[in-house]
Design a protein around this ligand. Structure first.
Ligand code: GLU
Length: 472
């Protein structure tokens, strides 16, 4: 049996189906991205389904974190999201139809009975599988009103081959699969049934998901076949590993996408570009816009082996997107990170500072840190490193610099540069010997953007005031 079905003529419909038991992690975000790109590339639809059937573990904050993370990353799904739990009655209806078609049966085995069966299998070193004891028994053999589950009457002979669009041809013998439960004794559907019914009802043509679900495909296909529904194509993508090759954990940066945004100051374009390149390639291209990604994306370009997460690479990409970003947009992202409310004038100053701050920053935290000197209150608090630059002859030098700058006829880089150089030449020292104490006095720190950029951004009055504070 082959699971391939020719959907080329149909419109492509993909979906992302997260379980809201935690944040949107980067593996999930990448799965969503691949689904979106594949759908957009083919002019199809990208749908979102929240798999909230696990009532104990699904939470509203997790749902919100997932929706929020997807919006932030521009993973815009088509139409309203589907909530799986709300469709439980529809899932049960399909189970009843499978019963009616003779593709499912009621199993009245008690929990104790099944435990004894498993104990025996364990003792005989056999795989633990339901043995089909109610598969061919009549319902009338069960005690009146006894609880039952509904099980799929799965094929016992032969094998199933899936032509996976990433993994290639994968075959499983039907003998390895038991008759799985579709409806529990309380009438609630199992996850395996819900996924298939929802994917069918949503018209999903391509199931693109983590390869930890490959085994599930072999359990899900028999449901399609029993219902005589068109089968989807599968693409199981390898998971993301840490830089050391081990399964991705918190230690490696397996954080929610909100942590990349809030704690690491990553831009969504950078994370999206990084996730795209993680496991998919287009020649040597590193910087790939969303439009290009849509044009180029294909499943053939997805590698079969797990990709390794590399925070340094992400930060490099982030630096690129920061440099390319609009100054006003960046200032809006940096402003809330400064720790106080900016006046309009301060906000305007922040915008104009972006051009000199951007080249030095790999993330928004560094950008905010670099901008902080603009808003420090006089007299500046001088940190330890900067204090060292103000020792020795530094104050004598600052007196000369103050006088030279005060005498400058205009407050632009060129004029100020010339004035500072003259002071250095007259004193017979290198430019650095003047720039260092100047930087310390103007910013309170050892590092800052170029000193003439600092002077022009601060303006004449503020600059002279800050220098004067250190001479007193
Ligand atoms: N809800 C599953 C998960 O979050 C995904 C199921 C699927 O994609 O078929 O892992």
């Amino acid at each position: 049996m082959s699971a391939t079905s020719d959907t080329a003529a149909d419109r492509v419909i993909t979906r992302f189906a997260p379980s809201p038991t935690g944040f949107l992690h980067i593996g999930g975000a990448r799965t969503a991205l691949f689904n979106l790109l594949f759908a957009r590339h083919h002019g199809g639809k990208f749908l979102l389904r929240i798999e909230d059937t696990d009532r104990a573990r699904s939470t509203q904050p997790a749902i919100e974190a997932i929706l929020d993370g997807m919006r932030w990353l521009g993973l815009d799904w088509d139409g309203d999201e589907v909530y799986q739990f709300a469709r439980a009655e529809r899932h049960a209806e399909v189970a009843r139809e499978l019963l009616a078609r003779g593709h499912a049966y009621k199993c009245f085995a008690t929990a104790e009975e099944l435990e004894a069966m498993r104990a025996e299998q364990r003792a005989n070193k056999q795989p633990l599988r339901y043995d089909g004891r109610w598969r061919d028994r009549a319902e009338s053999e069960a005690p009146d009103g006894a609880p039952f589950v509904v099980r799929l009457k799965a094929p016992r002979e032969g094998s199933v081959t899936i032509e996976d669009l990433v993994q290639g041809s994968v075959t499983v013998n039907n003998a390895e699969l038991d008759d799985m439960v579709l409806l529990r004794s309380d009438g609630t559907p199992t996850y395996m049934l819900a996924v298939v019914v929802d994917d069918h009802d949503m018209g999903v043509t391509h199931v693109i998901r983590g390869d930890d679900h490959l085994n599930n495909a072999f359990r899900q296909l028999p449901i399609y076949r029993a219902m005589e529904w068109p089968e989807p194509r599968y693409a199981h993508i390898p998971l993301i590993h840490g830089s050391d090759g081990a399964k991705l954990s918190k230690r490696h940066g397996a954080l929610g996408v909100d942590a990349y945004r809030d704690d690491l100051g990553i831009l969504p374009e950078a994370l999206s570009n990084y996730l795209l390149r993680l496991g998919w390639g287009h020649g040597d291209d590193e910087i790939i816009s969303r439009d290009q990604a849509i044009e180029w994306f294909d499943l053939a370009g997805v590698g079969k082996s797990p990709s390794r997460f590399d925070l340094k690479k992400l930060e490099n990409l982030n630096g690129h997107y920061i440099r390319a970003a609009d100054d006003a947009m960046l200032a809006d992202l940096v402003a809330p990170r400064l720790g106080f409310a900016l006046s309009d004038a301060q906000h305007a100053l922040l915008v104009s500072a972006m051009a000199v701050l951007k080249p030095r920053a790999a993330n928004l935290l560094e950008l905010a840190d670099g901008a902080a000197f603009l808003f420090r209150i006089r007299p500046l608090e001088i940190d330890q490193g900067a204090a060292a630059l103000l020792e020795g002859d530094a104050r004598t030098m600052l007196v000369k610099l103050h006088a030279a700058l005060e005498a400058a006829t205009s407050w632009d880089s060129e004029t100020l540069d010339a004035a500072v150089r003259r002071v250095a030449e007259d004193a017979g020292v290198k430019l650095g010997a003047t720039a260092q104490p100047l930087r310390a006095a103007l910013t309170g720190r050892r590092t800052s953007p170029g000193i003439f950029d600092v002077l022009t951004l601060l303006g004449r009055e503020e600059s002279l005031g800050r220098i004067a504070d250190q001479i007193k």
